[in-house]
Design a protein around this ligand. Structure first.
Ligand code: 13P
Length: 253
């Protein structure tokens, strides 16, 4: 039985003050929620605040990205896996669609980051998902295959999947208020799990596959009830403590 997981991706939001308020709200409510793993991924500059606020709580924290070079070294503007570990991060998101589409991250670069993160002790959350035009063209499965194949092709990629999380985030559902129906999401999650099972059945049965894209407390329950959906990666709704906690409750079993 896979344990549910709900993670907040705070993206480029917050000030020191608002982040501290959000962290303390989440921490105080999360203590009473059992049966689900919970994490938040603030912007890099706020991870230290998360580490201070959440130490000793049942809420873990992580980064939204990392450098593909282990470093340390001359990589201006980048953040290394060691820096994330130093701040107590347990997770790191890799290959979020905003990184892929706005910053040109290739499948290969994402795969390299994925393996580096896992081999260095973080649990990577690998995001995959199709654009609206790809769904409309009927090539959703080809896109997901391509994104997964880059990980399989990366040295250490298959092994890294044993200690990783996948997030299926249809790009057309991110921040748009459009949510995949539970059936649409389930179909892609099942496809992902099948593709993983082609490589390693035990890994495929154990890996958690989260859904992301306009999840709210009002739709989380029916989405998380799908057999291959093991929780969610939450954007906008994770920026309000009460709303995020309700989504975490929907994931609790
Ligand atoms: P929204 O929940 O705001 O649609 O964002 C989803 C997402 O991109 C999480 O990584």
């Amino acid at each position: 039985m896979r344990r549910s997981f709900v993670a907040g991706n705070w993206k480029m939001n917050g000030t020191s003050d608002s982040v501290q308020t959000l962290l303390s709200g989440i921490k105080s409510g999360a203590g009473a929620i059992e049966g689900v793993d919970i994490a938040v991924c603030p912007a890099f500059v706020h991870i230290g605040l998360a580490a201070q606020a959440l130490a000793g709580s049942n809420v873990a924290w992580g980064g939204q990205n990392l450098c593909d070079e282990a470093g340390p070294g001359a990589f201006t503007g980048e953040v290394s896996v060691g820096m994330l570990l130093d701040l107590g991060c347990r997770y790191v998101i890799v290959g979020h669609s905003e990184r892929r589409t706005l910053y040109g991250e290739s499948d290969e670069l994402v795969a390299a980051k994925f393996v580096l993160a896992e081999q260095t002790g973080l649990t990577p959350i690998l995001c995959v998902g199709e654009l609206l035009e790809e769904r409309e063209a009927g090539v959703t499965e080809e896109v997901i295959d391509r994104q997964l194949n880059a990980v399989f092709a990366q040295e250490g990629g298959l092994a890294a999947l044993n200690n990783a999380v996948i997030a299926y985030e249809p790009v057309w559902a991110i921040g748009t208020g459009l949510t995949a129906t539970p059936e649409q999401a389930q179909a892609v999650h099942a496809f992902i799990r099948e593709r993983l099972a082609d490589r390693n059945e035990t890994m495929a049965a154990g890996i958690r596959i989260l859904y992301g894209g306009s999840v709210k407390s009002s739709n989380a329950g029916e989405i998380f009830a799908q057999p291959d959906i093991d929780g969610g990666l939450i954007g906008g709704a994770s920026l309000q403590a009460d709303e995020f906690l309700k989504i975490c409750e929907a994931g609790a079993v």
